[in-house]
Design a protein around this ligand. Structure first.
Ligand SMILES: [Ca+2]
Length: 434
């Protein structure tokens, strides 16, 4: 009798204490590939319909000044996975599929998001595109992920799963896997199974989608990349803009399957979801009013849509103008999950933007890719392309039309000095990609 009374009294006290540490939230990180700033309806697209992402934004927070670290795939992923500038990992450019260029990848010396979450007791899964190394030692399962379904190259045929040089590129962990299906649907199928299996313990689920990267193929198209066939890298469909629309809409539908699964499993209130793109759109997509495309350091190359969703924790329908970068995602997710780590990051925890509506303190941010340099601080952006210099006030000139370099030379000098300092710091890391 005494024991029973004790339990009745003690249990509610214990329960009230548990919350985060005892019940750490699940983390889902979803990334589109080459999707531009104006490619989804909640970021202004009238051509492409994305009801799921729109709902996520209306229930969560939308970032109008979120940037990928790279203007192309590999560097963005290196930065996202490590919380550090991609230059530290030696991955400033793309790891290409060409047989003489696919040797390098992410090194063991880099501590990845998956390793940190795994150390904290999370199950970790990646379903989709890796693009941080072809060789077996670079496989995601050797870099903290318990489970990997997907491809290691920059793009595969959405139906035949062959890479840019025609080699089969579809894996379950380190083994080649033969599965039929449209990439976007298939990676979601595996992601849902992962959620089911891990519904009772915290998980980190990373879903790097292929859409809307080329080849431009919809769900019902035929495979283009087949053995012995000369194929076009971008696919055979003549109506590529229409295919692009289908690809984004199918991705949106599949993100909806993930959101529905959270509800089915009853874990939606304890799951934080972050969505972003990995770089700006090509000229087939829509970068809104931004200048430039994928590969360039004009805003169109790296300012991309981002949305965070965490029911009852983030104010529904919030919009932030805080300048946030891919390297900030890892430290923020650690903060959301209540994980303490001794690791140091270039990125900053932006959870106060999510939960308190605060702005981050002003700080200098840097980009470098193929004879292009950017330093950004506050509203000001210094851009150098080869020898040509620009200075823009993005607050009033998001389209980068009005070069103020001549009239604001002192401000430009300050920014150049910061860039020089940053380049000196990065100079000690050997770059392995172009
Ligand atoms: Ca990309």
């Amino acid at each position: 009798m005494k024991a029973k009374i004790l339990i009745l009294i003690v249990f509610p006290i214990l329960f009230s204490c548990v919350s985060n540490k005892e019940n750490p939230p699940n983390i889902i990180l979803i990334m589109a590939d080459d999707m531009g700033y104006g490619d989804i309806s909640c970021f202004g697209s009238e051509f492409i319909q994305t009801p799921v992402l729109d709902k996520m934004a209306s229930e969560g927070i939308k970032f109008t000044d979120y940037h990928s670290n790279g203007a192309v795939c590999t560097p963005t992923r290196a930065a996202l996975m490590t919380g550090n500038y991609q230059q530290r990992a030696g991955l400033e450019g793309v790891i290409y599929a060409a047989l003489d260029k696919r040797m390098f990848g992410i090194q063991d010396s880099e501590k990845t998001i998956a390793e940190i979450f795994k150390d904290a007791g999370y199950s970790t899964g990646i379903f989709g595109k890796w693009h941080l190394g072809y060789q077996p030692e670079y496989n995601p399962v050797h870099h903290g992920f318990d489970e990997f379904y997907g491809y290691v190259s920059g793009n595969v045929d959405f139906i035949s799963h062959r890479d840019g040089v025609g080699l089969y590129d579809w894996w379950h962990n380190t083994d080649t896997a033969y599965e039929e299906g449209y990439v976007t649907d298939l990676i979601t199928d595996f992601a849902l199974k992962f959620m089911e299996r891990n519904k009772k313990k915290p998980f980190l689920l990373y879903i790097p989608h292929e859409a809307p990267h080329y080849p431009y193929q919809g769900r019902n198209d035929k495979a283009d990349r087949l053995p012995g066939v000369n194929f076009q890298g971008h696919g055979s469909r003549p109506d590529k803009k229409q295919a692009y629309k289908e690809m984004v809409e199918i991705m949106d539908e599949n993100i909806g399957r993930v959101m529905d699964k959270l509800k089915d499993l009853g874990i939606e209130k304890n799951t934080f979801v972050f969505f972003c793109s990995d770089n700006g759109a090509t000229n087939l997509g829509n970068n809104g009013t931004l200048n430039g495309f994928k590969g360039s350091l004009w805003e169109g190359g790296h300012r991309v849509p981002a949305i965070a969703w965490y029911p009852e924790k983030i104010e529904a329908g919030a919009i932030t103008e805080s300048t946030v970068l891919g390297i900030d995602v890892l430290p923020t997710l650690l903060s959301v999950a209540g994980i303490d780590t001794d690791n140091k990051f270039d990125g900053k925890d932006f959870s106060e933007v999510l939960f308190s509506g605060n702005q981050l303190n002003e700080r200098p941010l840097f980009w470098r890719y193929r004879n292009q340099w950017v330093v950004r601080r506050g509203d000001w952006k210094y851009l150098k392309i080869k020898e040509k210099e620009y200075l823009f006030n993005l607050k009033i000139d998001i389209g980068e039309q009005n070069n103020l370099i001549e009239t604001n030379s002192e401000r430009a000098s300050d920014l150049k000095y910061l860039l020089e300092k940053w380049e000196n710091e990065m100079a000690e890391y050997e770059l392995k990609t172009e």
